[in-house]
Design a protein around this ligand. Structure first.
Ligand code: G6P
Length: 558
């Protein structure tokens, strides 16, 4: 395949450089900002390498300068950051999404006053929108536009419950649930992806906008958007693991999905292994040219850059900053516990990938092996109901409740239950209160893309204490190596690790927490966005130069 017939810009030669080095040609304001801070003499920052600064919203804004005049940035994601539901008394209740994806993307969309296009799934969502099916959010202090897309129940069943969550989700996660692929589900997925692409098209204001497509619900959208907006810069980010090509082969529409994704300018994954798996899958399925060194795929007349961008959370974190002091959170939460009891918490969607049953089994083992914890230890698991119309989720819930009842019967007393399962939506302020009150936060996923709860726990603990017990099968474990890392399948070892976590000295807790806080502060959501936008800006500039000069893209210095 020829590099010369590239439509979407050549691959940057310098993707190995730090985002700050790569931003230099585009981000005058970014570097001016840093210089100004330096000349004001703040902490001798000028002597540090540029990429040790934690990224801030100003860095994001500086990156966005490269897209000046291209209209609002549009995020396409299935889950809306804010939904409106009708309560039993007829009033309208506003709920924030629990999704990690929202946590990561909201700072960006707020910084650029962009547009978030999502499925309007709330029971009162249609009551509060304007004539163009949108509204400004968050309701208390609007910072960006939310555009809602409506789906019939049948479409939602096929596209969301069916193809996305009974097909792609189990195919991408090693959790031993068989993927189900039905033609009618894929038909709905196709129709719905095209409808969302149309909504994106409605919201843009130029022929070359920046569009950020999120996750496995929208594999076909990049190509559908590209057909409508050939000059757009499209970044698609796949938040969940990408499977090995052998596992991907079970999907009957694998080729179509890849072609859809290759409509992007950049395809982002959480880890280099996901990128590797994706590139191997493309090689196995399509007749594409692959430059592994530069991670560039040429398919037909287009080039797509494939890169890892580990997702993160806002730092400094607004929910931690707004929370009452740790002692107050502890006092409030512990009112409901036996006096002096140690507390471990888990916060997940109720999903079979999250290893909740395994955590319950490990608590049972802990109480068998360490009788000293009986009546002196409680594990509180918040499990937000999720995809609960699906058989696999219902079966999983029954299994959890069975284990919970058995353990509580075995070790509980009239006034004590070792396991507490809260099946409810928790607002971020409630999640942070719980995280700040806990001795241990336990993330036990059998397989997980990143797991932002782990990072949220670290953000919540500005008192430098608390222990993170983290499954080695989350991508977060790569960054948070000072957590107590566990194999969730090894029940006895988890019980032992839990006993150690519950008795860890304050000094050791502070050492580990301090190290993890430094990592998350450095690799925050702003940095995630800056890295993506830097690459996107580079590719866009390359393409512009290519269009103006008619030079082959690969001959333009990146
Ligand atoms: C997890 C995944 C996200 C995904 C979300 C969807 O949090 O990590 O990548 O978007 O699930 O959850 P939902 O409740 O919207 O089906």
């Amino acid at each position: 395949m020829a590099w010369a017939i590239v439509v979407d810009g050549g691959p940057p030669e310098n993707l190995h450089k730090s985002p700050f080095e790569r931003m230099a040609p585009y981000a005058g304001r970014l570097f001016t900002g840093v210089m100004q801070r330096n000349t004001r003499g703040s902490h001798g920052l000028e002597r540090r390498a540029p990429n040790v600064y934690p990224c801030t919203v100003e860095h994001v804004e500086a990156c966005l300068d490269a897209f000046d005049g291209t209209g609002p940035v549009v995020v396409l994601a299935n889950r809306e950051p804010v939904r409106h539901d009708r309560a039993a008394d007829g009033s309208i209740v506003v709920k924030r999404s629990a999704s990690g994806l929202v946590t990561a993307l909201e700072p960006l969309i707020e910084a650029c006053s962009g547009v978030w296009v999502a499925h309007g799934a709330g029971t009162a969502d249609d009551v509060v929108v304007d004539r163009r099916d949108g509204l400004n959010v968050p309701p208390a202090s609007p910072r960006y536009r939310l555009r809602r897309v409506w789906l019939s129940r049948k479409e939602e069943r096929g596209y969301y419950y069916g193809f996305s969550n009974e097909g792609l989700w189990p195919m991408c996660h090693r959790a031993h649930v068989q993927p189900m692929f039905r033609s009618e589900d894929f038909d709905a997925y196709r129709v719905v992806n095209a409808r969302f692409a149309e909504a994106v098209h409605d919201e843009v204001e130029s022929e070359s906008p920046l569009i950020l497509v999120q996750d496995y619900h929208f594999a076909l959208a990049p190509q559908a958007i590209r057909e409508r907006l050939p000059l757009s810069t499209i970044v698609a980010f796949w938040h969940i693991p990408w499977p090995h090509p052998r596992d991907y082969a079970v999907c009957p529409w694998g080729r179509e999905l890849l072609e859809g994704l290759l409509g992007s300018t950049i395809l982002g994954f959480q880890t280099p292994e996901d990128c590797e798996n994706f590139v191997d899958t493309v090689e196995a399925v399509l007749d594409a040219h692959i430059d592994r060194g530069r991670r560039v795929i040429t398919y037909g007349d287009r080039q797509v850059t494939v890169r890892a961008y580990p997702v993160s959370i806002e730092w400094p974190n607004r929910w931690a900053c707004q929370s009452p002091p740790v002692d107050t959170c502890r006092a409030v939460v512990r009112r409901q516990l036996p006096p002096g009891a140690r507390l471990a918490v888990g916060v997940d969607r109720l999903d079979y990938t999250k290893g909740i049953d395994e955590k319950f089994l490990a608590v049972e083992r802990l109480l068998e092996l360490h009788p000293e914890f009986r009546e002196h230890f409680v594990f509180v698991q918040v499990a937000e109901p999720s995809r609960d119309g699906l058989a696999a989720y219902q079966a999983y819930r029954s299994r959890l409740v069975k284990t919970l009842d058995r353990v509580n019967l075995r070790f509980g007393t009239e006034r004590y239950r070792p396991l507490v399962l809260i099946e409810a939506h928790y607002e971020p302020s409630e999640v942070y209160q719980l995280l700040r009150a806990a001795d241990v936060c336990w993330v036990g996923s059998l397989h997980d893309g990143m797991n932002l709860v782990a990072k949220e726990f670290v953000a919540a603990r500005d008192d430098n204490s608390g222990v993170l017990m983290l499954s080695q099968f989350t991508d977060a474990a790569r960054e948070l190596s000072d957590a107590v890392l566990v194999n969730p399948y090894a029940i006895d070892a988890c019980a032992q690790a839990l006993a150690e976590a519950l008795t860890m000295t304050r000094e050791e807790q502070a050492r580990r927490m301090g190290a993890m806080r430094a990592v998350v502060a450095q690799f925050n959501a702003y940095r995630w966005v800056v890295e993506i936008l830097t690459d996107a800006a580079h590719l866009r500039a390359n393409r512009e130069l290519h269009r103006q000069t008619d030079w082959p893209a690969h001959s333009i210095p990146a």
